[in-house]
Design a protein around this ligand. Structure first.
Ligand code: AMP
Length: 226
């Protein structure tokens, strides 16, 4: 059932299931879904200015500079297409990004509804990312064990080829986790202090995680409607 005026952030480690849950939520809630990793990968593919600025950081598993990614999100929030709500996945990833988002939203007379932390341990992340596959055309996410496609190597949704992302290689994954703990994990406290943080156990299978996320979100919808 479509929900309006929900301004949501999905927070959590790389490979923790934000993309899988984000895609499901996008369908359920019919809200624009901004996954900054997907947006940046498309920019790299299309060789835009932003893609050129981001590529070397992404290849190393580093975060791209704050000003690059803040501009990308600000543009979408100003465009009007997210006026009735949005789902952010992979943004913000640093405290300065979160502060910039707060400023932009208050400029637009809006505020966040909630932050959903999909919590998964590092060991589980390494195991998951080694089996993750994404489709070349649109980045739809699969896992060889937990969420396999109907036909091996082919996307169920658009039929394109499934590949291992360069940054899912084990060494890069370890580096991305270090970045997460150093730069993104402080956002857990940042949003807890604003009473926006909601934790979901992301170690369960994707359907169970999806149920937890949906039931959590139905409580926000009630609050919004009350
Ligand atoms: P993801 O698909 O969300 O894991 O993102 C892949 C890569 O894109 C990250 O490792 C970063 O290099 C870059 N990236 C995505 N979102 C952000 C962000 N909010 N801030 C900085 N870098 C980002």
């Amino acid at each position: 059932m479509p929900n309006r005026n929900l301004n949501l952030i999905l927070l959590g480690p790389p490979g923790g299931g934000k993309g899988t849950q984000g895609e499901r939520l996008q369908e359920d809630l019919e809200l624009p879904y901004y996954a900054t990793g997907d947006i940046l990968r498309a920019a790299v593919r299309d060789q835009t200015e932003i893609g050129k600025a981001a590529k070397e950081y992404m290849d190393r598993g580093d975060l791209v500079p704050d000003d690059v990614i803040i501009g990308v999100i600000a543009e979408r929030l100003e465009s009007g297409e997210a006026d009735h709500g949005f789902i952010l996945d992979g943004f913000p990833r640093t405290v300065p990004q979160a502060e910039a988002l707060d400023r932009k939203l208050s400029e637009l007379g809006r505020q966040l509804t909630a932050v959903v932390l999909i919590d998964v341990s590092d060991e589980e992340i390494v195991h998951r990312l080694s089996g993750r596959r994404v489709c070349v055309d649109a980045g739809h996410v699969y896992h060889v064990d937990f969420n396999p496609p109907a036909t091996e190597g082919v996307c169920d949704i658009d039929g394109s080829e499934l590949i291992v992302r360069d940054d899912d290689e084990p060494e890069v994954v370890r580096h991305r986790l270090v970045q997460y703990h150093e730069k993104t994990a402080p956002l857990v406290d940042f949003y807890r202090k604003q009473a926006l943080l909601n934790r979901v156990d992301g170690s369960q299978d994707p359907d169970r995680v999806g149920e937890s996320v949906r039931s959590l979100i139905s409580t926000f919808s009630l609050e919004e409607g009350s």
